[in-house]
Ligand binder design. Structure first.
Ligand code: FDP
Ligand code: ZN
Length: 279
């Protein structure tokens, strides 16, 4: 695990340099999910691929930007990563991130053994979750310094929800409205990393990416986005569930790019969500 953390620290600094130098040009290409790729998406993807494949402990990788996984003969860990999450925010210069799910044996929720993300904001920070411990590191320009472990309180104040509102179900509209009626405030940038990180650092709230009429399976990808954040939220005292109130990490994953509706939050918000839906 130490080797993987060390590699993620290197990736953080090198990807940050790429971002500072990059132009925001879109390429002709689209990735496996149909998103138009930025030049910097492709560069970050390549950088992370090379870093992990060079490690003897890594048996395989797959990424949001690649159709297929790449396997080696030897190694223990399988890494699924989203090289630049929220890359549509690059041109507006908002915070973005990289997400890593660390799996053993096969890519599935039950085989996730650790997860991590990097946030590129005014400062670079790393969250690394393993065996119920969550390491929070910040880079001060010279070295990585440990910060306080994030902990979700019982109840927060933030309501962050994605997708096009006209495509939400009436049930989802009602749930979101009921949080606003209770005094929750909207905080949503459109980047999963900064939106979920904000809830974590402010101590609680709810992030939802529901099923919508145009995307009945949601938008966010299980292996690269949903499972890694579900693990971090559970390690920090929160919960991460499906539209039916089930634990996200118990979901199977048939294809590398499977998506799912997802709801992350502190205990109070998740139980309110379940109660409203009658679970
Ligand atoms: P992006 O396409 O910019 O990479 O990864 C998908 C994602 O962003 C998440 O980071 C974010 O939470 C979500 O899409 C936002 O989607 P909506 O604009 O549909 O709310
Ligand atoms: Zn993403």
């Amino acid at each position: 695990m130490q080797t993987l953390l060390h590699t993620i620290k290197e990736i953080a600094l090198q990807t940050h340099t790429l971002l500072q130098q990059a132009n925001c040009n879109y390429l002709e290409s689209i990735n496996s999910n149909g998103d138009t790729q930025l030049q910097v998406d492709v560069m970050a993807d390549k950088l992370i691929e090379e870093k992990f494949l060079a490690l003897p402990c890594v048996k395989g990788i797959c990424s949001e930007e690649k159709k297929e996984a790449i396997y080696k003969q030897e190694g223990e860990f399988l890494i699924a990563y989203d090289p630049l999450d929220g890359s549509s925010l690059v041109d507006s210069n908002l915070s973005i991130g990289s997400i890593f799910g660390i799996y053993k044996t096969e890519f599935s929720g039950k085989n996730l053994v650790a997860s991590s993300y990097i946030i590129y904001g005014p400062k670079i920070e790393i969250i690394f979750a393993y065996q119920n411990q969550v390491l929070h590191l910040g880079f001060n320009g010279k070295e990585w310094k440990e910060k306080e472990m994030p902990k979700l309180k019982e109840k927060g104040k933030i309501n962050a929800t994605g997708g096009t509102q006209k495509n939400w179900s009436t049930m989802h509209k009602n749930i979101i409205e009921s949080f606003f009626q209770e005094g929750y405030r909207l905080r949503y940038s459109g980047g999963m990393v900064p939106d979920l990180h904000q809830i974590l650092i402010k101590g609680g709230g709810i992030f939802s990416y529901p099923a919508t009429s145009d995307a009945p399976n949601g938008k966010l990808r299980k292996l690269f986005e949903v499972f890694p954040f579900a693990y971090v939220y559970e390690c920090c005292g929160g919960e991460a569930i499906t539209e039916d109130g089930k634990r996200l990490l118990d979901l199977p994953c048939k294809n590398l790019h499977d998506t799912t509706p997802c709801f992350f939050g502190s205990k109070y918000e998740i139980s309110k969500f379940k109660n409203t839906k009658g679970f």
